[in-house]
Design a protein around this ligand. Structure first.
Ligand code: BES
Ligand code: ZN
Length: 588
């Protein structure tokens, strides 16, 4: 196990093997309080247990002794801005250690929503987002993906609210105010998750269903109707789903991500529930994490491509199997375009820092999407060269071999050599593999996905930019064709051009968040004021970072005062991490 510089834990000395949570949710104080009891495996010498915390108030620490619980000495370090405070406990090498604590109302891993910020408007809501290093803000824990533990939880809440966790929640929405769940498989801390609100259940298939607020539940079930089919095709390709049930939880629009792969209970943004299934690859993605990420896990955030790169690859295979190759190629082309646009302006030196070889751990792998995108591209390249007949069983073997383990890039590369490159010599050259693993950037020989439908879109865009003739057939374009049209359009357009497009295709006010984010980015960069009211409404309604941050970035360059004004209004509804990200963009 390598050292994880994002955690104070010392897992070579001692590791949590099981966690028992006993928690109470207090919506008035916006506080979660109770106890976390760690079952420990003492591997090395010494008696010190170091846990990660952030903004936690520690009330007591005890160790289990022969005749009951004994108090233990502990100290909480001065907080580091990024990492929080190490909680150092002097133990008697106890098998169990219990920390009693409460969270801060400002815990970075939790959002507490007033009833007015929910669809129903009557009951409050709360949810966690632990990835990457926010579990420590609501549980004192060895907050590194290199440590895995099972957990059980007893949670109390106001009796009118349903509580769900990344565990065996079952399917009955009977509300009791007291809930007991178990996650029997060993998981890393970033997959600890909890949510509470006015939540009801809609079944999707035998092993799957969707939880949502009553106003959203039926629409969500229709949007996500293919979930069971996605599970079936993934199992056929890459082996059994090993987590029992797979349920989805649709959160309020302030959820800062598209989705989060909490085991057994994917958390999802409502911005993909738009009535035409065109954005459900988010679900394919989170489901794919049940293999890449949750089953085989990167052991530090610097190797995040092992989670996110593999997952985006599996996602695309699921999308292809369920929605067809034409659709899957469009999605790949959209992601590759985004990568290339980000890479193009970089100098060689910058590239070496931002996107080093996959086997050269980089903090940037953890903070930008580039490492994962390169990883996905690498896997697609291997698939192409070796053929699916060889590559698919190889990948399945990888999931089988490392199931329920945390590994690093070297472990993968070792497996790659042993089970793909050496048994099938002469198919790829050593220096080609090395270009992916050791060299910066995307190798020149990597082929780009070609979508025939995108070629038509590209021609239509060029014609429109040249002659003003509106794109023919655009009224019937799929979401992905619109994304392509906007992605490769100039950053700024003239008021005449924007007005012409908007009159013809009603882009301002669109309910499709992916189209909206691209459209408002151009609107913002072009200071196109007729669309500002709807742009502001979008930034106020939605808190998903991928959708709002690019618009703020564009506004920061064109109309900073307006950006600050919108942010001031939207901020009370934002998740703490969205707020922090917007503040950074606006230099506040
Ligand atoms: N696990 C990620 C979300 C994440 C990444 C949280 C990094 C914290 C740090 C999740 O699986 C994800 O990638 N979500 C994407 C959707 C996906 C379709 C690319 C998102 O949120 O947009
Ligand atoms: Zn992901």
């Amino acid at each position: 196990m390598t050292h994880d510089r994002h955690s104070y834990a010392e897992p070579l000395l001692v590791r949590t093997t099981h966690l028992e949570l006993d928690l109470a949710l207090d919506f008035t104080a916006k506080v979660l309080s109770g106890a976390a009891t760690h079952t420990l495996h003492w591997a090395g010498a010494g008696d010190r247990l170091v846990l990660d915390t952030r903004d936690l108030t520690v009330l007591a620490v005890e160790g289990e002794a022969a005749d009951g619980w004994e108090p233990l000495e502990y100290s909480l370090a001065v907080p580091d801005k990024e990492l929080g405070s190490a909680l150092t406990i002097r133990t008697n090498r106890n098998e169990r250690v219990r920390v009693s604590y409460r969270t801060a109302p400002t815990a970075t891993g939790l959002q507490w929503l007033e009833p007015s910020m929910t669809a129903g408007g009557v009951m409050p809501f709360m949810f966690s987002q632990s990835q990457a290093i926010h579990a420590r803000s609501w549980v004192p824990v060895q907050d590194t993906p290199g440590v895995r533990f099972s957990y059980s939880a007893h949670v109390t809440a106001p009796p009118e609210l349903m509580v769900l966790m990344s565990a065996d929640n079952g399917t009955t929405s009977r509300r009791t105010g007291s809930y007991d769940v178990v996650m029997p498989e060993p998981i890393p801390s970033y997959l600890l998750a909890i949510a509470a609100g006015d939540l009801v259940f809609e079944p999707l298939g035998e092993r799957s269903g969707v939880w949502a607020e009553p106003a959203m539940a039926r629409r969500a079930a229709t949007e996500f109707a293919d979930t069971e089919e996605m599970m079936r095709v993934t199992e056929e390709l890459f082996g059994p789903y090993r987590w029992g049930r797979y349920d989805l939880l649709v959160l309020p629009p302030s959820f800062p991500y598209g989705g989060m792969e909490n085991p057994r209970m994917t958390f999802a943004t409502p911005t993909v529930v738009i009535g035409d299934k065109s954005l459900v690859s988010v679900i394919a993605h989170e489901l794919a994490h049940s293999w890449s990420g949750n089953l085989v896990t990167q052991d530090s955030w610097d190797d995040i491509w092992l989670n996110e790169g593999f997952t985006a690859y599996v996602e695309n295979r699921i999308v292809e199997a369920v929605y067809g190759a034409e659709f899957a190629v469009m999605e790949t082309a959209i992601k590759q375009h985004a990568t290339v646009v980000k890479l193009d302006p970089l100098s060689k030196a910058e590239l070496a820092v931002e996107l080093p070889g996959l086997n050269h751990r980089s903090e940037y792998h953890g903070t930008t999407a580039l490492g994962p995108l390169k990883g996905t591209w690498f896997l697609a390249w291997l698939e192409e060269r070796f053929s699916r007949a060889i590559f698919d069983p190889f990948l399945r073997g990888y999931f089988d071999r490392f199931a329920f383990r945390s590994i690093n890039s070297d472990d993968f590369v070792g497996h790659l050599r042993e089970h793909l490159l050496e048994p099938h010599p002469g198919i790829v050259k050593d220096d080609e593999v090395s270009a992916w693993l050791d060299e910066p950037g995307i190798p020149a020989f990597a082929e780009r996905a070609v979508s025939a439908r995108f070629q038509v879109v590209d021609e239509a865009r060029s014609r429109w930019l040249g002659t003003g003739e509106l794109p023919e057939g655009a009224a019937g374009w799929t979401t992905q064709e619109w994304l392509r049209f906007l992605d490769a359009a100039p950053d700024m357009l003239s008021p005449v051009q924007l007005q012409q497009l908007d009159r013809a295709f009603a882009l301002t006010g669109t309910a499709n968040g992916e189209i909206a984010r691209r459209w408002y980015q151009i609107v913002a960069a072009s200071s196109y004021e007729p669309a500002y009211a709807e742009l502001a409404a979008f930034l106020t309604e939605v808190g998903r970072m991928k959708l709002v941050l690019p618009v703020y970035r564009a506004l920061a360059g064109s109309d900073r005062a307006f950006a600050s004004e919108v942010f001031a209004k939207a901020r009370p509804g934002y998740h703490p991490i969205t707020t922090a990200a917007v503040q950074k963009i606006l230099g506040q």
